[in-house]
Design a protein around this ligand. Structure first.
Ligand code: NAD
Length: 281
């Protein structure tokens, strides 16, 4: 029960990574205020008896700064303070390439994925100062590390989240507030199929394909699950993570380790192809 008495705010808590993190915090004794755009799923989750009234929900659009501030202030009012914030809500954002994207789509994606994190941090700090300190964890992505995993606006926003977390850690250390980000790899959530939610068959096909392919695509040969990220969030938020500040924790089954031949003995590297007897690293 590492989080007994801790007051936690989670955005995007109605599904996927956010939902698993809400469940994990409550299982370890925390009280959680969750914000999400999906009011139906949020209300249904908060009403579940297993949470024993330790979960509250407020409909929140993280693109709306007033909504973010209201979520955090209401959490502080409801619980008597805020100790931990997980800035996590997100979606794929604009899909266009750089030679096609409009300014409106760019701004929409930045507001959803980057400004939301900055403003969540902005408005929780006063509450954390009052509590004598706190911990902020932000969801970045392997898109912040390498090209090739997602749309350019999404990837740029997530790179911003990674750097914002580091700079926030520097500025807030004097207030006993730690800030870190997490970069998930492929995690089995609704995020991939969500853009096709109006086509249920296609959405189902996408989910099945990701489940089938991801164990083969990465060194850890299984699908990444929301709880893999939740456990990393809890570590960073806990006293065990108390000396960890300003880092990005990659949780991706090793998908960004390096070229496939470095971890898959069945895939020859370039050197092995050219000089079979020498290239073996
Ligand atoms: N699943 C992955 O492989 C993966 C990888 C890297 C990063 N991420 C990031 O993880 C975070 C969580 O995504 P997930 O994979 O759990 O997806 P998900 O779709 O299962 O959950 C996202 C949640 O955010 C909510 N949301 C979306 N837009 C919102 C808004 N404007 N305001 C408030 N809530 C909003 C959704 O309603 C949903 O409940 C996102 O920031 C995403 O970019 C996911």
């Amino acid at each position: 029960m590492r989080f007994e008495g801790k007051r936690v705010v989670v955005t995007g808590g109605a599904s996927g990574i956010g939902k698993a993190t809400v469940e994990a915090f409550i299982a370890e004794g925390a009280q959680v205020m969750m914000g999400d755009l999906n009011a139906e799923a949020g209300d249904a989750l908060a009403a579940e008896s297993r949470f024993d009234n330790r979960l509250a929900f407020q409909t929140t659009d993280v693109c709306d700064v007033g909504d973010i501030r209201s979520l955090i202030d209401n959490a502080a009012g409801h619980f008597g303070g805020v100790d931990i914030l997980f800035n996590n809500a997100g979606a794929g954002g604009a899909q266009e390439r750089i030679d096609e994207i409009t300014a409106e789509d760019w701004d929409m994606t930045m507001n959803l994925l980057l400004r939301s994190v900055a403003m969540g941090t902005r408005y929780v700090v006063d509450h954390m100062k009052q509590a004598g300190g706190g911990v902020i964890i932000n969801t970045s992505s392997i898109n912040a590390h390498e090209a090739g995993w997602g749309p350019i606006a999404y990837a740029t926003a997530k790179a911003g989240v990674r750097h914002l977390s580091k700079l926030s850690a520097a500025q807030l250390a004097q207030h006993n507030i730690r800030v870190n980000s997490i970069s998930p790899g492929f995690i089995m959530t609704n995020i991939f199929a969500d853009s096709r939610k109006d086509e249920p068959e296609e959405a189902r096909r996408i989910d099945e394909a990701i489940h089938a392919i991801s164990p083969m695509a990465q060194p850890v040969a299984r699908s990444g699950m929301p709880d893999d990220i939740a456990q990393a969030v809890l570590y960073l938020a806990s006293d065990q993570g108390g000396f960890v500040n300003g880092i990005d924790l990659t949780v991706d089954g090793g998908i960004t380790i390096g070229h496939r031949h470095s971890w898959d003995p069945n895939t020859p590297g370039l050197l092995e192809l050219i000089m079979p007897e020498e290239g073996s690293s």
